[in-house]
Design a protein. Structure first.
Length: 159
């Protein structure tokens, strides 16, 4: 007889469960909605959010990237390409002996893990909280050095 009542209780729970779910959904529909005007107001990102890559500069305008390729070696997705060259006295781009002539990140392959940022000895690579990364074609998602470099603070902009 005890098994009979246990079975009845189980059947009753299973019959009531969908209605409890509907009550939960109905309650959520009645709540006040939060609407954010997206382009004008942006929700603050988390402290550990990692999105768009940026190549930083020193205060004097020189590039922090020394072309060591440690970021490319640390990248598990093999999304970074670094081609280095030697600095000369006539053309000095970074304070070290070398600089990155070509620096590319394939954002289609990137998994935003942040290993490149952690591996960089000079702090040149940084993942900022800029998250608008959509493009119309795949070739625009290969970010070049010119796209990644922070503008030179010592250079005047001509618009």
């Amino acid at each position: 007889m005890a098994d009979f009542w246990a079975d009845v209780k189980q059947i009753a729970k299973e019959v009531v469960a969908p209605f409890q779910g509907l009550m939960t959904v109905t309650g959520k529909l009645a709540e006040q909605k939060t609407v954010i005007s997206y382009p004008e107001f942006r929700r603050p990102m988390g402290v550990r959010a990692r999105w768009r890559h940026v190549l930083n500069r020193y205060d004097n305008g020189m590039e922090k990237c020394i072309g060591c390729s440690l970021c490319a070696g640390a990248c598990p997705a093999n999304a970074i390409l670094v081609v280095a060259d030697e600095n000369t006295e006539a053309a000095r781009f970074s304070p070290g002996e070398r600089y990155a002539v070509r620096y590319e990140i394939n954002m289609i392959r990137c998994i935003y893990c942040g290993f490149c940022q952690e591996a960089c000895p000079t702090g040149a690579v940084e993942l900022k909280d800029q998250f608008e990364l959509s493009e119309d074609n795949r070739s625009a998602l290969i970010y070049t050095k010119e796209m990644l470099l922070v503008p030179d603070p010592n250079r005047e902009r001509v618009d």
